[in-house]
Design a protein around this ligand. Structure first.
Ligand code: UD1
Ligand code: CA
Length: 463
């Protein structure tokens, strides 16, 4: 079996993005462009993946860490010159070298796999992956001979009117016999419109050496999109989003309005779950079976178990167990664990809190840095006073407790099992098991005083 190596080109400035962030670090469906490519290469099992870096190299290197080897291109003199920088890492190797642009993130792993396979079968020294585009503007064109074989690739800027009419383009993805690639790459010249060393010129050089080259046309031309500016970034996002949604629907998820649903790459969703419009599922979010998510749910890195309903809510880095109800208008902040059959209702803000099975926080409450047991009822307007200006303190509410409306729980404090807190209390001390705590001013009723007080007010304001 021949070894597989990969070289990804990512040294260019990406001028057209107009960004202080490196182009390949811009996310598509929640994941930096470069990660989509590196993920695929890991699945293909490359023996070495080399990233050619230059512009903003520190950020790119830091991002990928040990997922790739790095070759530096100090001056961006063109794509052939970029590949040449990988020579010290690859020169002696026997095998296939797959070259990809860092700004073409839409190839599927299946496409790459069959491309490599076809290259192997053909025995060519090089194979280029091509695409037939409706609008080929900006791409290198594939110039074929009368017999259909590839003669050369001409860049848009160097092309004649006639050549510009060609709709078959270079996707920037090539398979090379590694030894043959590096035997000719230094002969590439830069006598062209951009004064750059073009990688596609290697194809002509190999043919001059009597080598055979091949081309494979990609089945779905959408995969060929190169991201050079923000318009293409949005196009790439739309194509990938559609692909992700399609896969979920095939897997048995109902997506009510696919044009209005945003699901990132790594999200997992169980069968018979319904996703309503304006829902965002991000990061490593996992949704169970038969859930109802949305409308307007925004979940990042949240794990939701089966049969839970979440609508008009924002949840972040938390877990929600099965058969719970969250929303409308609920905010679950990082580090929260919401138990089974719980209810978090309107204007409830939960942060770093564990809420036990069957507990209810139905309206207008802040529960932060808290451990709430099972079957607890937290009334309207309850606040865990968790921050004293310096430290965050813990509130513990044990099973079956009842916390009356508008209670302040000044942490650190514990409400023991089955305790009952009267509405309007400000609790500063622990409440023992089964106790009733009342911590508020007693009410005084001054009989027949209402008319007196009105008289007093009138005499002052209507002299
Ligand atoms: C390139 C191809 C073009 C193809 C298109 C597909 C060349 C000369 N042109 O054009 O035929 O249709 O991709 O998307 O190869 N890079 C470096 N160092 C450099 C120059 C570029 O690392 O000196 C990197 C860039 O960061 C980028 C990739 O190579 O990731 C492609 O460069 P870019 O300038 O975007 O080339 P295109 O004009 O898109
Ligand atoms: Ca490009």
């Amino acid at each position: 079996m021949s070894e597989l190596y990969a070289v990804i080109l990512a040294a260019g400035k990406g001028t057209r993005m107009k960004s202080s962030k490196h182009k390949v670090l811009h996310p598509i469906c929640g994941k930096p462009m470069i990660d989509h490519i590196v993920d695929h290469l890991e699945r293909l099992g490359t023996s070495k993946t080399i990233l050619v870096v230059g512009h903003l190299k520190e950020a790119v290197q830091e991002h990928l860490g040990d997922r790739a080897l790095f070759a530096e291109q100090t001056e961006q003199l063109g794509t052939a010159h970029a590949v040449l920088q990988a020579k010290p890492l690859l020169a002696e190797k026997e095998g296939i070298t797959l070259v990809l642009n860092g700004d073409t993130p839409l190839f599927t792993v299946e496409t790459l796999r069959s491309f490599i396979e076809e290259h192997k079968q053909s025995g060519a020294a090089a194979t280029v992956l091509t695409a037939e585009l409706e609008d080929p503007t900006g791409y290198g064109r594939i110039v074929r001979r009368f017999d259909g074989s590839v003669e050369r690739i001409v860049e848009h800027k160097d092309a004649t009117e006639e050549e510009r009419a060609i709709r078959e383009v270079n996707t920037g993805t090539f398979c090379f016999d590694n030894q043959k690639l590096f035997s000719v790459i230094e002969e590439v010249k830069n006598d062209n419109a951009q004064g750059e060393y073009y990688l596609p010129d290697v194809l002509s050089l190999l043919q001059e050496q009597g080598e055979r080259i091949a081309a494979k046309v990609i089945a779905d031309e959408n995969e060929a999109l190169g991201v050079n500016d923000r318009v293409q970034l949005a196009q790439a996002e739309a194509i990938m989003r559609q692909r992700i949604l399609h896969q979920h629907m095939v897997n048995g998820v109902t997506i009510v309005d696919p044009t209005n649903t945003y699901i990132e790459t790594d999200v997992v969703i169980g069968e018979d779950t319904v996703i309503e419009p304006n829902t965002f599922l991000r990061g490593q979010t996992v949704i169970g079976k038969q859930c109802h998510i949305g409308p307007s749910a925004d979940l990042t890195d949240v794990v939701v178990a089966d049969q839970t309903v979440i609508k008009y809510a924002v949840l972040d880095q938390s877990q929600v167990a099965d058969q719970s109800k969250v929303g409308p208008f609920t905010y679950v902040r990082p580090g929260s664990e919401i138990g089974s059959q719980t209810k978090l209702g309107c204007f409830v803000d939960v942060k770093k809190a564990r809420i036990g099975e069957g507990s209810k926080i139905s309206h207008l409450a802040y529960v932060g840095d808290a451990e709430v047991g099972k079957n607890v009822n937290i009334g309207c307007g309850v606040i865990t006073v968790n921050y004293n200006g310096i430290d965050k303190n813990l509130t513990k509410i044990e099973d079956d407790a009842f916390v009356g409306c508008n209670t302040n729980l000044i942490a650190p404090v514990t409400v023991e099992r089955g305790a009952y807190i009267a509405a309007g209390s400000t609790i500063t001390k622990n409440v023992p098991e089964n106790a009733l705590a009342i911590a508020r001013e007693r009410q005084t009723n001054k009989l027949d005083y209402a008319s007196k007080i009105m008289k007093k007010i009138r005499s002052k304001t209507h002299k």
